[in-house]
Design a binder for this molecule. Structure first.
Ligand SMILES: Cc1cc2nc3c(=O)[nH]c(=O)nc-3n(C[C@H](O)[C@H](O)[C@H](O)COP(=O)(O)OP(=O)(O)OC[C@H]3O[C@@H](n4cnc5c(N)ncnc54)[C@H](O)[C@@H]3O)c2cc1C
Length: 364
């Protein structure tokens, strides 16, 4: 049986940021990660202004042009069929970044290891059991870990949520029907977004010559399949042209991409962070920076001498972030009025306040 102060499930951006600050606070920290296929698929971008936040947690080396690509702007077809460009050159916060997610995560893990954190690769994590003063976790191969504090940073799967007696409250059932392929699209270096009758598209040129193209809609509105993905693409005003010819032969897969938050964020000896705690609409490009910043703040709160007060402040800040995100999401949805009978847009014009205005911690 091995002992540690903090045990974190998930070595994504949220788990790494939490581990970084918990270890810096003097706590022995172990991260468990379940290897998954390379996650460079979503074509995540960091908007202007996020670079310094991300570097403040992981250091300067986390973002380099060798691995990632600067983003010089965004283009959108939203509220009308015109293509409108927002150039980051005029933005006082500077450029954004288009990430190679697999590389980003790999470098974050190296930085965390150098901080003295142990990362253990596991195929399976048994349900955590609470002893009198610690959590016990069976790693499946006879190995067992004992930890005084438990963190669920396992992304949208929220692998430990049920055991922590919390659950995710969904604001929608959005999915991404998405494909990445060798890029033969236009040369614009940024994301292009286009609203359509039952959802929206985005395409982004990835680092290293690939491109991602995704159609976002609600799960119940997606009844068609691949053929329809290509047909819908042909009906777009601009995205189809930007995405290149190879998009017509791409084979998309479906991923969850909804907006949700955990009912409770923390208890006396556990917390939930990153997408497991709050998943943001990909339209906002807010998920990564929020996972990293709130992960770092979670790590600080765990190491804080007055943990209860630190958790309350952390959870309050997290809830506010989600409420602001939800307001912004509604604002952008209401700019799109071309399809008054569309279920997708109607749902977003009238947000589910019960799902948005959760308060504090379970305990928190
Ligand atoms: C289509 C789409 C587009 C997006 N675009 C953007 C964007 O442009 N900009 C942006 O900022 N955000 C974007 N996001 C959101 C962003 O991807 C997430 O917010 C971010 O990855 C959250 O980080 P995380 O560490 O919480 O979770 P994850 O990145 O999901 O990491 C979770 C980790 O936990 C591991 N894990 C899972 N289950 C277990 C388990 N049982 N035990 C141990 N480990 C486990 C996984 O292998 C993974 O390493 C997008 C999301 C989607 C779906």
């Amino acid at each position: 049986m091995r002992d540690c102060d903090v045990l974190i499930a998930g070595a994504g951006p949220a788990g790494c940021a939490t581990a970084m600050l918990a270890a810096r606070g003097g706590l022995s920290t172990v991260v468990l990660d379940r290897p998954q296929p390379a996650q460079s698929w979503a074509g995540e971008t960091l908007p202007p202004g996020m670079e310094n936040l991300v570097r403040s947690v992981f250091g300067a080396d986390i973002l380099s042009e060798i691995n990632h690509r600067p983003a010089f702007g965004t283009r959108s077809v939203w509220g009308s069929s015109a293509l409108v460009e927002t150039d980051f050159l005029a933005n006082p916060l500077g450029e954004g970044w288009i990430l190679d997610r697999a590389r980003f995560d790999a470098v974050a893990r190296e930085i965390v290891l150098a901080q003295g954190v142990d990362i253990i690769r596991v195929g399976h994590i048994g349900p955590p059991a609470r002893g009198s003063s610690a959590w016990h976790l069976d790693l499946g191969d006879g190995a067992c870990l004992r930890a005084r504090f438990l963190v669920d940073a396992s992304g949208r799967s929220g692998a430990l949520l049920r055991r922590l007696r919390t659950r995710r409250i969904a604001a929608d059932r959005q999915i991404a029907i998405l494909s990445a392929y060798p890029d033969d699209g236009d040369t614009y270096c940024g994301t292009t977004v286009e609203a359509v009758a039952e959802g929206w598209w985005y395409t982004t040129p990835l680092p290293h010559g690939r491109r991602v193209l995704a159609y976002m809609t609600d799960a119940d509105l997606w009844r068609h399949g691949t053929r329809c993905w290509h047909e819908l693409l042909r009906e777009t005003h601009h995205v189809g042209r930007c995405a290149g010819q190879r998009a017509l032969f791409a084979r998309p897969a479906v991923y969850p991409a909804g907006t949700a938050q955990a009912e409770h964020l923390a208890g006396d000896d556990w917390l939930v962070v990153g997408d497991a705690a709050m998943s943001f609409d990909p339209l906002s490009s807010q998920g990564l920076a929020s996972a990293i910043v709130m992960g770092a703040k979670a790590g600080e709160a765990i190491a804080h001498p007055d943990r209860g007060e630190a958790f309350a402040a952390w959870a309050e800040e997290y809830r506010m972030l989600f409420a602001e995100h939800s307001d912004m999401r509604t604002f952008y949805a209401r700019l799109e009025r071309r399809w008054p009978h569309s279920a997708f847009w109607q749902r977003r014009h009238e947000p589910d306040h019960a799902a948005i205005r959760l308060r504090g911690t379970a305990t928190c």
